[in-house]
Design a protein. Structure first.
Length: 174
C-alpha cells in the first residue's frame, strides 16, 4: 500500500483510500503502478482527488483536473461521489459560488459538457461535512477523444472558507 499521495495520469491516489484492489478475487494491485494502456475498456477505474479550499475557491476560473486526457481515447464516467469536508474545529463557511459540474475539458465558469448530475452550491457553502453521489448523464457516452475530466462551477467563484473535498470518480477508458 502506498504511504504517500501519488499520481497516475492526473488522478491523485490518497493512502488508504482506493489505492489498491483485487481483480476477480485474485491478487492485489497497486493503483499507482497500473498503466492505463494495459487495461481493457471493461475495466472500471477509480480515482480519489483531493481538492483544497484554494482550489474550491478558484475552480470557477481555473477548473480542477480530475482525470488527465488519455491520448486517442475517451473517458466514460460511471459515477462520482463528492465528499465535502468541513473542519470540525475552526471551520469557516464558503460563500458565493454556483452549481458545481464534473465536465469534459478545461472550460472555465462550468462551461464544459457535464458528465454527471450537478452538485448544488449549498453543499459547498454548508457548515457540515457530507457525501453526495452524482449519477452519470447522457453526455458521458459522447466524449471527445484526448480530453480530460475537470471540476468547475457556474455563476461565480466561491469565496472565503477553509473546507476541502475529495472527489471520487469511477470511469472507463475506451
Amino acid at each position: 500500500m502506498a504511504t504517500s499521495a501519488s499520481t497516475n495520469n492526473g488522478a491523485q491516489f490518497i493512502p488508504g483510500i482506493g489505492t489498491s484492489f483485487a481483480i476477480n478475487g485474485q491478487s492485489e494491485i497497486q493503483a499507482a503502478s497500473i498503466d492505463q494502456g494495459a487495461l481493457t475498456p471493461a475495466t472500471l477505474q477509480q480515482a480519489a482527488v483531493a481538492v483544497t479550499a484554494a482550489q474550491l475557491q478558484a475552480m470557477y476560473a481555473t477548473p480542477v483536473q480530475l482525470i488527465a486526457a488519455v491520448t486517442g481515447k475517451s473517458i466514460i464516467v460511471d459515477y462520482v461521489m463528492f465528499r465535502f469536508l468541513y473542519p470540525a474545529s475552526g471551520g469557516v463557511a464558503m460563500t458565493g459560488g454556483g452549481a458545481v459540474d464534473v465536465q469534459i475539458g478545461n472550460t472555465n465558469h462550468g462551461g464544459g459538457t457535464a458528465v454527471a448530475t450537478t452538485l448544488a452550491a449549498t453543499v459547498i457553502t454548508a457548515t457540515a461535512s457530507s457525501d453526495t453521489l452524482l449519477g452519470a448523464t447522457a453526455a458521458n457516452i459522447t466524449l471527445a477523444q484526448s480530453t480530460g475530466i475537470f471540476l468547475s462551477n457556474a455563476t461565480a467563484a466561491f469565496a472565503t472558507g477553509n473546507a476541502t473535498a475529495i472527489v471520487y470518480i469511477w470511469y472507463s477508458v475506451v
